[in-house]
Design a protein around this ligand. Sequence first.
Ligand SMILES: Nc1nc2c(ncn2[C@@H]2O[C@H](COP(=O)(O)OP(=O)(O)O)[C@@H](O)[C@H]2O)c(=O)[nH]1
Ligand SMILES: [Mg+2]
Length: 707
Amino acid sequence: MKVYDDKHIKNVAFVGAHHSGKTTLAETMLFEAGLLNRRGSVEEKNTISDFHDIEKERLNSIFATPLHTEWRNYKINIIDTPGLDDFIGEIASTMRVADTVLMVVNAQHGAEVGTEIIWNYIDRFAKPTVFVINQIDHDKADFENSYKSIVDLVGNNAIKIQYPLVIDGAQCIVDVLKMKMYKFSPEGGKPEKLEIPENQKELAEEMHNELVEKAAENDEGLMELFFEKGTLNEDEMREGINKGMLHHEIFPVFCMSALNDMGSGRLMGFIDNVAPSASDLKEEQSLEGETISRSETPTTLFVYKTLNDANLGKITFFKVKSGTLEQGTKLVNSRTGDTETLNQLYIMEGKDRKQVDKLNVGDIGATLKLKFTETNDTLHTDGHKVTIKPIQYPVPRIRKSVKAKEAKDEEKLHEALRKIHSQDPTCSVEYSKELKQHILACQGELHLQVIDWQLQNLYNVKADYEQPRVAYRETIQRSATTSYRHKKQSGGAGQFGEVHIKIEPYKEGMPDPEGFNVRGVEEIDLDWGGKLVFYNCIVGGAIDARYLPAVMKGVLEVMEEGPLTGSYARDVRVMLFDGKMHPVDSNDISFKIAGAHAFKEAFLNANPKLMEPIQNLEVKMPEEMMGSVMTDLQARRAVVMGMEGEGNYQKITAKVPLAEMYKYSTSLRSLTQGRGTFTSTFDTFQPVPTNVQADLIKKRKAEIAED
Ligand SMILES: Nc1nc2c(ncn2[C@@H]2O[C@H](COP(=O)(O)OP(=O)(O)O)[C@@H](O)[C@H]2O)c(=O)[nH]1
Ligand SMILES: [Mg+2]
């Protein structure tokens, strides 16, 4: 295999909504470049890109897959990404290695919610982007509307390089950069390259001139040339478009049929000759703020992905950020300080791989058997320490409690989940002390299905998932006074402690309690939010000051497992104003027990209230689906805060109890045929409705009885 320099390497990320045709386009490009004898299809489960068993099972991409093709002296590295937003993490990592993004838009639907979510990522990184309106062969294709929806999304910098046309039943593509028309025979094969027909000339000229102006805008020299000559030649236009793409000021729009292989050759030509390559992009900054020069030495690699393969073991995917890499190169991991030897270098082709001797700066590749290296690590030449900024992954959107089906597998399950997390940082597992459950957090129900598939098929362990317990809080709504005497005199040493307390709801900034002789106050910020404020109001030495911490400890123990449902209690103040002690039998234990009992009793008499977590919810969906989304929200006790239009979508903002968010991503997907999306973040705690509180207390009692 030829070794390419960074001017001849084009790293292109294929992104776009689910089912727009990215995987089909990648397959078509590989075929067109002569790398495949036979073109696979997603339906026949034989594409190079969707090779994982689960992708074949589900007929869609789940993992970002690196592929490559060679087209006229250029190497085009393709990373084919999944379109469903559950797998947005793959896009986050792909953005870090792509020089150009190719956004595929389905001509039947135009820009979709998925397009928009991905666009937000692209925009954040200001990645040069080409739009491809695919499926122009489809009965329901609408090129103009699709183009308009792209303009709605990205603005007037989206500019048509092509438009489709059907002449005598034959699909044609008019190209206003080359000012030629490609005519495709229904039998397939290379298209005929023709002059633009008379009746299209005026329109094509007009579009060509627009493109010339747009290309000139980005460069003073080109602008001068344009004023001199009134136009630009093809090379000058290419230069202008390349610069415009780099500045995120031109987004060229192409059209094609990936399925029928119409337009892929021309698109590859554009990628070769116009789209930015690794050498065009600004040099990257390290975490320490140094510029990582793309010079010959030293060598720096960034690991953007790892995969645990059943046969090969750990596969580490990287991009060469500086220098060159040869087989056997030793590099240091900047995070751990360990030295790794890269014994084999590969370029990956779906599930296959080609061994190579050398990779230059700008290229992407893979290696096996690294011992210490994980996703997001930097490997560098010894003595040239540098750390490349890590990928920021999206935060999880759903949480489940997870348990091995068979108790003996519990350890195995956690080991497997740790491995899955190391290759997919968008999911994580943690033990919650509060809920007493292992909580698996991930991007959505579909993501969960994929994790479960991996557990079963790759790690041979079965798990059960449930809605996690809801983290309720308990508090009180009025004051109460009680006393408690703890006395034990059986056997050896006795126990004695008596306390008298008053408790009240605590609010930030309230004055000290009246009617007490306040001698000291301790304000405790509780780990789970809210406060306990403890007043020492003892008069006449009724209890020794040394027992006070024990009383407070007793109160805190009850607050950690609240009297109503065992949830954390918060925002209470306690006035300890009297008590009794015994010269021999009193000790810390006795006062702790007395404090706990008194507090529990007072709490139950103080009109206790359960509080539930409320989420801020933002849902986006096409207008026609708003009614059913709204009905569903109402059934979830949601309070709708607002509705507004955003491009082709409607946005609803609402406050919804977390307890009602069960399987929301699945419901929304089915209500909107996959076109709706949501984000949900914690807002505050609010009192639960009385009937819900009664149910929860009943449930708690039953649980205790069962134990
Ligand atoms: N009619 C038509 N169908 C297409 C075209 N490209 C892809 N498809 C179909 O659209 C579906 C989704 O394609 P796929 O490549 O998996 O989309 P991805 O989710 O973007 O990777 C498959 O059934 C393809 O056969 C096209 O150009 N024309
Ligand atoms: Mg795909």
